[in-house]
Ligand binder design. Structure first.
Ligand code: IMP
Length: 428
C-alpha cells in the first residue's frame, strides 16, 4: 500500500511542485492534505509554466487522479478559477476530486484574516491574507461550513445564520467595519454547490479503494515543516499541520499505508512573512540570490527573505518527519557564490546549542554558528548526472547529508523537469 509523503522541510517554497510533477510519472494519485490557497506551487514542463494554489501538482500527468482532501480549506472561487485557467490551457481537470469534508474559506474568513493582521500592529504574522487561519479557527470551533453542507440548503441556511450573526458582531463591534450579508453569502453557496458538484466526492473512500488496488499515491505537502502549527516557529506559523503528521487526519489515511517520506530542502533557506530566521542575510548576497532565483512569492508576490542553509533546523525537520529520502532543489542558484555557509549551531548568550528551540523569542536571539565551504566555479545548472557535479558542489551535498542525517536521492539543477539528477528511486 504505497503512499509517499512529499514534505517541505524548511519554511515552504522549497520547490515541491517540480518534484511532484516529476515523480507523478510513477504515481496514480497526487493528493493534498492541508493548507489552502496560501500555497503556491510552480510547475514548469512541456505544457508551459503554471502556478498552482489548490490543485495538486500531479494534474499535468494524464494518468494521475488528484485529490483535495478533507484537511484542506477551500476557497471555492479560487478553486473554480484555477480549474477554468487550467482548462483554458488544455489541461484535463476531470480527474480532480474534492472532499465533501473539506472546510470552505468563506468571504468573512478572508475579511477577518486582513483585519486580524492589521490588528496585530507592528507584530504581524505576515499571513497571505487568504482566509486560511480564520477558516481553521472555525473548523476547530465547530462552526465551519464544509463542502458537503452546500448540498443540504435548509440546514446550511440555519447554520450560516448563526455563524454570520456571530461574525457580524465581531466585524461591527470589534473591528468597526460593515457587516456581511447572510443572503448574499447563501446565494453564493448555492452557485458554488452547482459548480463544485462534478468534483465533490467522499475522497477517503476513493483513496481506500486505490490502496486496495495497490496504487501509488503522493501525499503532497503544502508550506513547510517550520511553518507547522505545532512544530514550526509558533506563533509565526500557518494554521495547519504541514509536516507528515497532517497527512493522516487530512486524508483519512491509514499510517501503515505510508511507505516513505520524502523531504524537500532548498540548497539555501527562504522565508516569507514574519518570524525568526536565524540565517537571514540582509546584505548584497541576499539581493543577488533573490534576483537570480526570483525568490518572490507565487501567491502574494512578496520578496522572500533569504538565508544560508540552516542545518540545525534541517536536522529538526528530519526528526519530526522521519524522512526516508531527501531532495535538494535549486542547487544551481548557488553557482558562483564563494564561500558558501552552513549554519551548524546557534549561539545563545555565549553558549552554542544544536537543537531547534521551541520559543520563537529565543530563536530570534540566536546567532548562527557557520561553517564555510568552498563554492564552485563550474556551473551546476542543467546537470543531470551526479558524477558531472563540480567536486565542491558534491562536497557541499555530502556535508549537508551528514549534518541532516539522511541522504539526497534527487538533486534539482533547474526549474524544468529534465534538469534533475536522480541518484536513487524515491518511491520503491
Ligand atoms: P497563512 O498560512 O496565510 O495564515 O500565513 C501564515 C504564515 O505562513 C505566513 O508567514 C505566510 O507567509 C506563511 N505561508 C503560508 N503559506 C505559505 C507557502 O505556501 N509558502 C511559504 N510561506 C507560506
Amino acid at each position: 500500500m504505497p503512499g509517499y509523503g512529499l514534505i517541505g522541510a524548511q519554511w515552504g517554497d522549497e520547490g515541491k511542485g517540480k518534484v511532484v510533477d516529476y515523480l507523478a510519472e510513477r504515481a496514480q494519485w497526487v493528493v493534498r492534505y492541508a493548507g489552502g490557497n496560501n500555497a503556491g506551487h510552480t510547475v514548469i514542463n512541456e505544457q508551459g509554466s503554471f502556478s498552482l494554489h489548490l490543485v495538486p501538482s500531479g494534474i499535468f500527468r494524464n494518468h494521475v487522479s488528484c485529490v483535495i482532501g478533507n484537511g484542506v480549506v477551500v476557497d471555492p472561487d479560487v478553486f473554480l478559477s484555477e480549474i477554468e485557467a487550467l482548462t483554458a490551457r488544455g489541461i484535463d481537470t476531470k480527474k480532480i476530486y474534492l472532499s465533501d469534508r473539506a472546510h470552505l474559506i468563506m468571504p468573512y474568513h478572508v475579511l477577518l484574516d486582513k483585519l486580524e493582521e492589521k490588528d496585530r500592529g507592528d507584530d504581524p504574522i505576515g499571513t497571505t491574507e487568504k482566509g486560511v487561519g480564520p477558516a481553521y479557527v472555525d473548523k476547530t470551533n465547530r462552526s465551519g461550513i464544509r463542502v458537503g453542507d452546500l448540498y443540504d440548503p435548509s440546514n446550511l441556511l440555519s447554520r450560516l445564520a448563526t455563524v454570520v450573526e456571530h461574525k457580524n458582531a465581531l466585524l461591527t463591534k470589534v473591528y468597526q467595519v460593515s457587516p456581511v450579508n447572510l443572503d448574499d453569502i447563501f446565494q453564493r453557496c448555492m452557485v458554488w454547490a452547482q459548480k463544485l458538484d462534478p468534483f465533490v466526492q467522499s475522497t477517503e473512500l476513493l483513496l481506500h479503494d486505490a490502496l486496495d488496488r495497490n496504487e501509488t499515491l503522493i501525499l503532497e505537502g503544502a508550506q513547510g515543516t517550520l511553518l507547522d502549527l505545532d512544530h514550526g516557529t509558533y506563533p509565526y506559523v500557518t494554521s495547519s499541520s504541514s509536516s507528515i503528521g497532517g497527512a493522516l487526519p487530512g486524508l483519512g489515511f491509514p499510517p501503515q499505508a505510508i511507505a516513505g517520506v520524502i523531504g524537500v530542502f532548498k540548497a539555501y533557506c527562504t522565508r516569507v512573512g514574519s518570524g525568526p530566521f536565524p540565517t537571514e542575510m540582509t546584505d548584497n548576497t541576499a539581493d543577488q540570490l533573490r534576483e537570480r532565483a526570483w525568490e518572490y512569492g507565487t501567491t502574494t508576490g512578496r520578496a522572500r527573505r533569504i538565508g544560508w542553509f540552516d542545518a540545525v533546523a534541517a536536522r529538526y525537520s528530519q526528526n519530526i518527519n522521519g524522512f526516508t529520502s531527501l531532495v535538494l532543489t535549486r542547487l544551481d542558484v548557488l553557482d558562483g557564490f564563494d564561500p558558501i555557509k552552513i549554519c551548524v549551531g546557534y549561539d545563545t548568550n555565549g553558549t552554542t546549542i544544536n537543537r531547534f528551540p521551541s520559543s520563537s523569542g529565543i530563536l530570534e536571539k540566536c546567532t548562527p554558528v557557520y561553517e564555510e565551504m568552498s563554492g564552485w566555479s563550474k556551473p551546476t545548472a542543467g546537470i543531470t548526472k551526479a558524477n558531472q557535479l563540480p567536486q565542491e558542489a558534491a562536497a557541499y551535498i555530502s556535508r549537508l547529508e551528514k549534518l541532516i542525517g539522511s541522504e539526497f536521492h534527487m538533486i534539482s539543477t533547474g526549474p524544468h523537469r529534465d534538469e534533475t539528477i536522480l541518484i536513487k528511486s524515491l518511491m520503491e
